[in-house]
Write a protein that binds this ligand. Structure first.
Ligand code: S3P
Ligand code: PEP
Length: 413
């Protein structure tokens, strides 16, 4: 098995990092572009495999669309291929075929999509047999499982003859991702109405206006750099291509990391990270920013900051069961993730010092965020990351960028 061992830096951490572009913003821009008949000029297109897969599949005439492990690609394309009346088989990795899609399929069927499950009800692989508009223009659906179903439907909504109203039920998770979708739709000329008191969104039937669009750098990718700064003795890092008024909810990392010892100063090129004193404990609700949970959990575990976490239920249906994965791997750093209140409140705390006698070897569970969240612990003591290639899903240049601040070596185990 391949692995990378990360060693603590011998000198102060000082770097300028040109971050990868956001795969979330990019995948939305790619779908909207497709709906304009590919007339937009997109710049800073993401190198993330999830976005490269989206581009490949939008361009492909093959019947089988294999999304690999890209959740947004699976959900957004299922809606796009349906409304554009394409016959496709949607599939992905074994894990993708364990990630639920029933809520989206039910909604698309109500609108007129003919979709069959090829194996298990509610899960990929799917067979899409085309679209025959039912005339329905109002959907009531759960908002507490994955926001990606909602974004997928919103993006195709202007194409429907009567537009679409979506009424969301339950506590809406990952809401900033829904807002990102709506903001990008508005940029391309769609005049929507969102009432967050009533959890109702209405999109009129309209044509997307083709325009140039520049994709912002990835705030989820930025979070690992915040953790690197938080865990280094001496550090100053400038992250290029990030904006203060971002469409990405993971820009919440700015506020979270103030408690963990990192100050952010926005410059005309991005954001400059410097060190400040850290708090002894923090509580955070990750409902709006689930992809930050692993970064913050590992950083707190290593810094011995007691962390209370809520809003992490959706982590169980992502690239892996991230709650289980964190529980297993944090133990190797001498820390614990404990469930205090079932499916609601969790706590990260230390049980022994993080200066391990043996090299901890972190299993990554086919999850890019496990690799990228644990590697910053190497700023304090050497750490081994197994299957480091998983980072390609969202941040292919992660290891190359990391070599700008510290030493790591590849080792076969
Ligand atoms: O819409 C998006 O781009 C995403 C939404 C989130 O998923 P959920 O809505 O399933 O939480 C997030 O975890 C994922 O990485 C990207
Ligand atoms: C959950 C993620 O992605 P997706 O759901 O799009 O596979 C992620 O990138 O952390």
């Amino acid at each position: 098995m391949k692995s990378i061992v990360v060693y603590p830096p011998k000198q102060p951490v000082k770097a300028e990092i040109k971050l990868v572009a956001s795969k979330s913003e990019c995948n939305r821009a790619l779908i909207i572009n497709a709906l304009t008949g590919f007339q937009c000029e997109l710049s800073n297109v993401s190198e993330a495999r999830d976005s490269q897969t989206m581009m490949r599949l939008l361009d492909s005439k093959d019947e089988v669309a294999d999304v690999i492990d890209a959740g947004t690609t699976m959900r957004f394309l299922t809606a796009y291929y349906s409304v554009t009346n394409q016959t496709k088989i949607m599939t992905g990795t074994p894990r993708m075929c364990e990630r639920p899609i029933g809520i989206l399929v039910d909604a698309l069927r109500i609108l007129g999509a003919d979709i069959e499950y090829q194996k298990e009800e509610g899960y990929p692989p799917l067979k899409l047999n085309g679209f025959n508009y039912s005339g329905e223009h109002k959907l009531v659906m759960r908002g507490d499982v994955s926001s990606q179903y909602i974004s997928a439907l919103l993006m195709i909504a202007p194409e429907l003859p009567s537009g679409l109203t979506i009424q969301l039920e339950g506590e809406v998770g990952s809401r900033p991702y829904i807002e990102m979708t709506l903001n990008q739709m508005a940029y391309f000329g769609i005049d929507y109405k969102a009432d967050w008191q009533a959890n109702t969104i209405t999109v009129p039937p309209l044509k997307y206006q083709p325009k140039p669009y520049a994709i912002e750098s990835d705030w989820s990718g930025a979070s690992y750099w915040y953790s690197i700064v938080a865990l280094s003795e001496n550090a100053e890092v400038e992250l290029l291509g990030l904006k203060q008024n971002s469409l990405q909810g993971d820009s919440a990392i700015v506020k979270i990391m103030r408690h963990l010892g990192v100050e952010s100063e926005f410059t005309d090129r991005g954001v400059l990270l410097t060190k400040i004193p850290a708090a002894a404990s923090i509580g955070w609700d990750f409902t709006d920013c689930p992809d930050l949970a692993q970064t913050v959990a590992v950083c707190c575990a290593v810094k011995d900051i007691r962390l209370s976490m809520t809003g992490i239920e959706s982590l169980k249906i992502k690239e892996t069961d991230r709650v289980f994965a964190l529980q297993q791997e944090l133990k190797k750093l001498g820390a614990e993730l404990t469930e205090i209140e079932k499916d609601h409140l969790y706590e990260v705390s230390r049980i022994s010092n993080f200066q391990p006698l043996e090299l901890p070897s972190i299993h990554t569970y086919d999850d890019h965020r496990m690799a990228m969240a644990f590697a910053p612990a190497g700023m304090v003591a050497p750490i081994r990351i197994e299957e480091p290639g998983v980072v390609v899903k969202s941040y292919p240049g992660y290891w190359k960028d990391l070599s700008k601040v510290t030493v790591w070596e590849e080792k076969e185990i």
